[in-house]
Design a protein around this ligand. Structure first.
Ligand code: AVJ
Ligand code: FE
Length: 420
């Protein structure tokens, strides 16, 4: 984070801050107060909580330590809106966030405005520590962008429990397409370098940049599609334990998984619930809402495997960042994967890699050192970003991470193979 980041000039920090805050507001604008309170599971938070937590982050890590005389509109907000930073003090239970009806939406909006005004004062003051503050603001904005992604995916999960299947954004079926071929590109491997080394923002866990050895490999030029996934389902893939890790198969059986999250069948047609409402499954769009367990089983069934994160980064590091990502305020984007996917956007791709520290990684001192480092156990890395990832935070070294059973994020996969 700060240690790896070339400082952003203060005027650019103000611009990034304003754009980021505006995008969050735009995402929340179509929602009713009732919508913003939904919490469907512990992993998912209410929209109102996301609005407040991202605001608390700027308050806790920038305004309180840096703006003399700063006062919070309510000192109890720190307890309500601290997510997991033990060094920032005690916090409310994660699974009870949906039971907090007060402060209401108006109070959270004025909390946002209060913090925005105070931060503008600080950034415009032309202080000696301006570069330092700008770097923290940049981190706060990237943090808020991560929460923009969580906001829409948590909302989708919450809305999916409503039998009326409400629509977040204007519904429209995707065009009918014909099968897209899948080709594999060979890479020689050898000693490669991965990880961030600047310039530009990256999270602490993206460094240090380091060398790693890759055997020759092949990686697919597209992600796995719904058409591919239906073939796996029709071949009895979910039930055939030969394809699965034991833990994954046990989990899938216990949960009764027979298809990706949000799918159902109606008169022989597969439907899925999306941020654009209920929609027929688009055959050639990337499959989305599958767990690591399912992705891993699919890959084995297909005679392939998942790529490692080093393979993914090596294969795509020179591919320019463009694709179906979340846009700026006013043009949020499709918010669902589209046929004809490139590497960036659409769906996050499960990799075979553990979310582990790169050689030489040490989490920074203090509460912000808790941002990523303490999550480095039992999670898997995903690469490539999704239709819910803001374009501004996408880069080839970006690693996100989730537990192998989770599937409510925009998660899919791409195949890889060992090369001769
Ligand atoms: C990287 C997406 C797993 O959801 O906790 C949000 C992002 N970090 N606030 C998460 C994050 C701090 C993080 N993931
Ligand atoms: Fe957070």
């Amino acid at each position: 984070m700060t240690a790896l980041t070339a400082p952003l000039a203060p005027p650019q920090a103000i611009d990034l801050f304003e754009r980021t805050r505006a995008r969050t507001d735009a995402l929340a604008a179509p929602l009713s107060p009732e919508d913003t309170m939904l919490q469907s599971m512990e992993d998912a938070s209410p929209v109102k909580w996301h609005l407040a937590h991202t605001t608390w982050f700027f308050e806790e890590f920038i305004l309180k330590p840096r703006l003399p005389g700063y006062t919070s509109p309510d000192d109890r907000f720190a307890f309500l809106f601290n997510s997991y930073y033990t060094q920032a003090g005690p916090r409310h239970a994660r699974d009870k966030r949906g039971l907090v009806s007060r402060p209401g939406g108006d109070a959270v909006r004025s909390y946002r405005a209060h913090v925005e005004d105070s931060l503008a004062t600080l950034l415009n003051a032309g202080r000696d520590d301006g570069d330092d503050i700008a770097a923290l603001v940049e981190l706060g904005c990237h943090h808020e962008m991560q929460h923009q992604e969580l906001l829409v995916t948590d909302l989708l999960h919450g809305l999916s429990f409503n039998p009326l299947l409400p629509t977040y954004k204007d519904p429209a079926p995707l065009p009918v397409t014909t099968e897209v071929s899948q080709t594999f590109t060979r890479h020689a491997g050898g000693l490669v370098e991965i990880g961030h080394d600047g310039p530009g923002f990256a999270y602490d866990c993206e460094g240090p940049r380091h060398k790693t050895y890759l055997a020759p490999f092949e990686i697919a030029d597209r992600t796995v599609t719904n058409r591919d996934w239906i073939a796996f389902m029709q071949d009895g893939g979910y039930d055939d334990a030969r394809h699965w890790l034991m833990e994954g198969h046990a989990f899938a059986q216990r949960e009764g998984w027979e298809h990706p999250l949000y799918w159902w069948q109606q008169d022989g047609v597969w439907w899925t619930f999306t941020l654009r409402g209920p929609q027929p499954v688009a055959r050639d769009a990337p499959v989305v809402h599958v767990s690591y367990y399912e992705a891993d089983a699919f890959a084995r069934w297909a005679g392939a495997r998942l790529p490692t994160e080093a393979e993914h980064e090596t294969a795509f590091r020179d591919t320019p960042i463009a694709g179906n990502l979340m846009g700026d305020a006013g043009a949020i984007g499709a918010l669902r994967p589209l046929p004809g996917a490139g590497v960036w956007g659409d769906v996050w791709e499960w990799t075979a890699s553990d979310f582990a520290p790169y050689p030489g990684f040490r989490a920074p001192e203090g509460a912000l050192g808790e941002y990523n480092g303490k999550f480095m156990v039992n999670q898997r890395v995903l690469r490539g970003g999704s239709c819910a990832t803001p374009r501004k935070q996408m880069r080839a070294t970006y690693r996100t991470f989730f537990y192998p059973h989770q599937r409510w994020q925009m998660m899919g996969l791409r195949l890889a193979r060992d090369a001769a």
